[in-house]
Write a protein that binds this ligand. Structure first.
Ligand code: ZN
Ligand code: ZN
Length: 426
């Protein structure tokens, strides 16, 4: 028996989302309602009651891992998700091309954390950085890979490294005529050791050297001279954050004896699934945004069922609209998930043969505009699921659902319905 897990990022909402309640309540979702009528609903605390989830930790918990013990930070997932090979002992970072003012003695002010959302020339800049040898640690190699626009990831590889270092990203920007206070806050940060040991001190020194070397390699790079000639912000420094190592996760294939595949536009979600032992399937048109091709994702999931027992589909747009505080966009996107993803999916799969779970990794309420600790509706459908009488899929219906309220563990429950759970005890 096969399983499909669908997570719409930030799916949950609050009554204050709009005049008709939460975006899920306001949306017309005939397909999800039909699925609810043959399945069972509940409320999911992605990590635990009152815990405000990050997307990475929430996904770990939903997949059946305990993020409190396995989570080491976001960087390794980003590296895996953009196709880098991550080995044990590597220290991984999320990276941004950014713009700084001239860097003399003092650390420079960051004027654009996204370097004008740079769209071309990233590979040339990366090549120029790779030509640099690290003076502080000749035995350490680094690999920087740009992904989309200003984003990328960086791996440090060598002896005596530590993930316990602070980031150099100030997380705020300032212009030349900003207040002195704002300009001070927007200075590039010096990475510091967060543990009192030689590995953390050495790693912080390396992070600081890479930042300086990126500036030296890029400030007069032809890509940037051309950008400045066209009035664009130069990509003249590398911001590094989210230092982490590869988490030690028991592969899903070993625990449940099932081949898993992920279909996701966002690198983070591919990275989490890869770390859990799934393979990543390409899906042209999956963008990780509100413009994603949901029909293509449904088709990719249907095709992947041929030779995988578990398909995990991640849909990001709901969270983007929540962060933007745009309730109308979130409602419309939920309606698209219903009409373009689920309608196509259930027309092509046999719900007597496949178990389906649908939930979010957290709520992203419209007025709050960020992840909230509230529980999220969750639904299971399939031949072994006892229908609970719900006829609608939203927060309120889920609160009255037969599964009650529980924390994480959605994938173990889904694979349990598929008779794949290992027995605990004798
Ligand atoms: Zn999320
Ligand atoms: Zn989010």
């Amino acid at each position: 028996m096969k399983a499909i897990l669908v997570i719409a990022d930030g799916l949950g909402g609050r009554p204050s989302d709009g005049p008709n309640g939460s975006c899920l309540q306001a949306a017309a979702t005939p397909t999800l309602d039909a699925l609810a009528s043959r399945g069972a609903l509940g409320l999911l605390d992605p990590i635990g009651p009152g815990i405000r989830p990050g997307s990475d930790t929430a996904h770990l918990s939903i997949l059946g891992y305990n993020p409190s013990s396995v989570y080491t930070g976001r960087g390794a997932f980003e590296c895996l998700g953009i196709g880098m090979d991550v080995a044990c002992g590597d220290v991984c970072f999320r990276a941004n091309f950014a713009t700084v003012e001239p860097w003399d003695d003092a650390l420079p002010v960051v004027t654009d954390r996204r370097a004008g959302r740079i769209e071309t020339g990233q590979a040339e800049l990366a090549a120029a950085l790779h030509a640099v040898a690290l003076k502080a640690a000749p035995d350490v190699r680094f690999e920087f890979a740009p992904s989309t626009e200003h984003r990328g990831a960086l791996i440090l590889r060598g002896p005596g490294l530590s993930r316990h270092v602070s980031e150099n990203d100030p997380h705020v920007e300032a212009s030349a005529d900003d207040t002195e206070e704002n300009r001070e806050a927007a200075r590039l940060q010096r990475s510091r050791p967060l543990h009192d040991d030689e590995a953390a001190r050495r790693t912080a020194t390396i992070v600081n050297e890479i930042a300086r070397r990126s500036y030296e390699a890029w400030r007069e790079h032809p890509v940037n001279l051309d950008r400045e000639a066209h009035g664009k912000h130069p990509a003249n420094v590398l911001l590094l954050r989210g230092a982490s190592e590869l988490p030690k996760l028991e592969p899903i294939g070993e625990t449940y004896g099932v081949r898993g595949a992920v279909i996701a536009g966002g690198a983070l979600y591919r990275g989490v699934a890869l770390a859990a032992g799934m393979t990543s399937l390409s899906c042209p048109g999956a963008t990780g945004g509100l413009d994603t091709d949901l029909t293509a994702k449904a088709t990719a999931a249907i095709d992947a069922l041929e030779d995988h027992g578990l398909i995990f589909v991640h849909i990001k747009g709901t969270d983007n609209a929540g962060h933007d505080g745009d309730g109308e966009a979130k409602r419309r996107f939920i309606e698209r998930i219903d009409a373009e993803f689920f309608a196509r999916l259930i027309a092509r799969i046999d719900l007597e043969e496949v178990h389906l779970a649908f939930t979010g990794d957290h709520t992203t309420p419209i007025r709050f505009g960020d992840h909230a600790p509230d529980p999220v509706p969750v639904m299971f459908v399939g031949p072994n699921v006892m229908p609970d009488g719900c006829t609608r899929f939203d927060e309120r219906a889920a609160g009255a659902g037969g599964l009650g309220r529980f924390s994480g563990q959605v994938l173990p429950m889904l694979l349990g319905y598929c008779d794949r759970s290992p027995k605990f005890g004798s």
